[in-house]
Design a protein around this ligand. Structure first.
Ligand code: GLU
Length: 549
């Protein structure tokens, strides 16, 4: 009786691995092409850090003419939730980095290297586990959870490194005959890897992001196939990334310490190991303490948060590129009009420790992204957001023609308005352009330098009766405000006022402010000329009357 008999007893019906090696041929790609993946577990929560990793992977595949695929890692069925996959698929779609291959729904995938959901690959893992057993590189382990716990307690008491290894690995020395017998007797078992490693030997490894790292060899006989017949993460990683032709494993750095085990698995399986790039997590400054963005504590850790707030996905992506490579900011400054897809991301320029997530900065990026949109794009995006999250705004936006005029104010020119950083800002930013909203607004008119009732009344009356002409261009319009200032005895030029501050009570700018406040109750608005053009003379007059009252 030999290993082969034991392997046949355990996995009688699986294919030879040659079957899979032929079924999934090496990919025919040009030199330097990066094949990489996003491999989340469908826990129902898409973390912004996962999206960040996915974005980096997607970009590198694009930059090198490679392949980016989505593999769903659902072997831990306790953690899995219903509809977890669709959330991931939709997030990637919403952020515009759909995979070339991989899952497209809960059960379906596209591409020649599937299935792309691990629970659908059970027999593949078993074929490779059988292959290891046949060579004596894996074995059935009959230890119960209690046995393993007992080993652990003994190790803790003796202050010895914990785990199933060396002399502690009870079942690695069970003979083939005994194992065969026990399985036939119906005893329960799992499959463990027989590690050839030694803890007192070091391996040197080069990580694409972290650089050179030294580790002790792995000597743990880790579980590769669990009692439910599914693989553990480690084993599935080796089998899948081999068969799927992954050249670069881009993943969170919580996996860095597993590299010795993973290299060993690749080696024992006879596979060429991929390159590894371990990404540091996104951090948050929590009252001076730097910690990981937490699913539990930080709403912004959830990808869904950005959609709810109405932060455009392009802004989030652009911000994530900022975090990924500090060179991005300079590149953006030098290339304000280029698509972020033109930026060459470099893995070896990623920060080794986690970058800080800064919401203020993200909103700044977002303002610029939105400022570059056309009125039509702003309209469509706001409306789409409003339909889901703000019925009142949806109502306001019903008159598309008018809304386009409002959004068109100071847009499409060299210095476009930058007052919107998220769609949830829109209502506040445009409400005064809607008479009903404006009348509902209970804010006071707070005048500034010119604030006596008489002067204000006179300015508003004179302006609408004598000076305002809808056909004026911007220059003529402004000249009229100067004339009005002159007529009222204020300085027509700010310069003149500054040169002779004692001669005047106020200047043309202060007159403008009176007009602006009477029109909008705000001191800060986009271009007033354009606002007046959109409102038209009748509505301006009415607002002035109300202001006087
Ligand atoms: N399912 C693993 C995780 O979500 C994937 C790690 C990897 O990319 O290999 O952490």
């Amino acid at each position: 009786m030999d290993y082969k008999d034991l392997a046949n007893l355990i996995f009688p019906d699986v294919n030879e691995i040659s079957y899979y090696e032929e079924k999934y041929p090496r990919r025919n790609l040009s030199d330097g092409a990066i094949v990489t993946r996003f491999a989340p577990s469908p826990t129902g929560f898409v973390h912004i850090g996962g999206l960040y990793q996915g974005l980096i992977a997607r970009k590198l595949a694009n930059q090198t003419g490679g392949v980016f695929f989505l593999r769903v890692e659902d072997t831990d069925q306790k953690r899995e939730v219903e509809d977890g996959i669709i959330g991931i698929v939709n997030s990637l779609r919403d952020f515009g980095f759909e995979p070339d291959e991989g899952m497209v729904s809960e059960i379906e995938g596209k591409g020649n290297y599937g299935p792309y959901k691990q629970s659908q690959r059970k027999e593949i893992y078993q074929a490779y586990a059988k292959f290891l057993i046949e060579q004596g590189k894996a074995y059935p382990c009959f230890c119960s959870t209690e046995d393993v716990e007992e080993i652990r307690t003994k190790q803790e008491n003796a202050k010895i490194r914990p785990g199933y290894y060396g002399v502690w690995a009870k079942c690695r020395n069970v003979t083939v005959e005994e194992a065969y017998q026990r399985i036939q007797n119906g005893e329960k078992y799992i499959i463990r890897f027989k590690s050839p490693g030694r803890e007192d030997r070091k391996i040197k490894h080069h990580d694409v992001i972290k650089g050179n790292v030294d580790f002790p060899e792995n000597d743990q006989d880790i579980v590769i196939i669990k009692a439910d017949g599914l693989p553990t993460y480690h084993f599935a990683h080796a089998v899948d990334d081999h068969l799927m032709g992954t050249t670069h494993v881009i993943r969170g750095d919580e996996w860095l310490s597993s590299v010795p085990l993973h290299l060993q698995l690749f080696n024992e399986l006879g596979f060429k190991a991929p390159k590894y790039a371990h990404i540091a997590p996104i951090m948050k400054n929590d009252n001076g303490n730097k910690r990981k963005l937490s699913k539990r504590k930080d709403p912004e850790a959830a990808v869904s948060y950005y959609a709810e707030e109405g932060i455009p996905s392009d802004a989030v992506k652009e911000y994530l590129l900022n975090i990924a490579n500090s060179t991005f900011e300079n590149w953006r400054r030098a290339n304000p009009d280029k698509s972020m897809n033109d930026f060459e991301l470099q893995l070896n320029k990623m920060s080794v420790s986690g970058a800080l997530f800064d919401m203020v900065k993200l909103l700044d990026v977002s303002k610029i992204v939105i400022s570059k949109m056309t009125a039509e794009e702003v309209y469509e995006n706001s409306l789409e957001w409003a339909k889901k999250y703000d019925k009142e705004l949806e109502e306001l936006l019903q008159d598309k023609e008018y809304a386009l005029k409002v959004f068109g104010i100071e847009r499409g020119n060299k210095k476009p308005r930058k007052d919107i950083s998220k769609w949830s800002d829109v209502k506040e930013n445009i409400s005064y352009m809607y008479d009903e909203e404006f009348e509902k607004d209970e804010a006071e008119y707070i005048y500034q330098v010119i604030n006596d009732k008489e002067s204000i009344e006179k300015i508003l009356k004179l302006y609408i009766e004598k000076y305002y002409d809808e056909n004026d261009d911007k220059q003529a319009w402004f000249d009229k405000i100067k004339e009005l200032a002159g007529e009222m005895g204020y300085a027509k030029e700010v310069k003149e006022f500054k040169a002779n501050p004692d001669m005047y009570k106020a200047h043309v700018g202060d007159v403008s402010t009176v007009l602006r406040i009477a029109l909008t109750k705000r001191t800060n608005t986009p271009d007033m000329y354009e606002i007046m053009q959109v409102l038209g003379k009748g509505r301006i007059a009415k607002r002035f009357e109300n202001a006087i009252r």
